[in-house]
Design a protein. Structure first.
Length: 169
């Protein structure tokens, strides 16, 4: 397993779809881009910025349940890509036993960010799917850089900056 960190929440300019970049902590700093839904992107961005909703959101509730039951979220691991879908496992230690729960990577990352647990990617997966990107890169073959079309990125940043839990009710 390769330890990664959440590098960023971005928008793919070709599809206008949110994605997360999980960046390898050591050289060569490969990143694994994973497309996710807008609600998941919002949940991750909120946790990354330390925003606490007045009432627990789903990932906050899950973290609370694990904790109240005496468990600890040990780590999350993005384990495979199957039929264009990524899969992750959440490792919970409870009463000295490790329980592994299958998850979408977006939910696993949103949970890990909230509790400060480690995030990993399977060695073979990051070797096959990992890419080396700079923080200024965007995933768009038609644009040299994001400054050529800032509207899409600014729109998403504004969306993330202004979203509230009430927007989902």
């Amino acid at each position: 397993m390769v330890e990664v960190e959440l590098s960023s929440v971005r928008v793919d300019l070709r599809s206008n779809t949110p994605l997360i970049l999980l960046r390898e902590k050591v050289e060569p700093h490969r990143s694994l881009p994973i497309f996710i839904g807008a609600p998941e992107a919002t949940a991750i961005a909120m946790a990354q910025r330390g925003y606490e909703a007045p009432r627990p959101l789903t990932h906050d509730l899950t973290a609370s349940i694990i904790s109240r039951l005496g468990g600890v979220l040990e780590k999350v691991v993005v384990v495979e890509l199957r039929d264009s879908t990524y899969f992750a496992d959440i490792y919970i230690v409870l009463d000295g036993k490790t329980i592994v729960v299958s998850s979408r990577p977006s939910d696993a990352v949103a949970l890990a960010i909230r509790v400060g647990s480690l995030i990993f990617v399977n060695d073979d997966l990051i070797a096959r799917e990992g890419v080396v990107v700079s923080d200024d890169d965007v995933f768009d073959d038609n644009l040299a850089d994001a400054s050529e079309d800032p509207n899409v990125i600014n729109e998403f940043r504004e969306f993330l900056d202004n979203i509230t839990p009430e927007d989902f009710s």
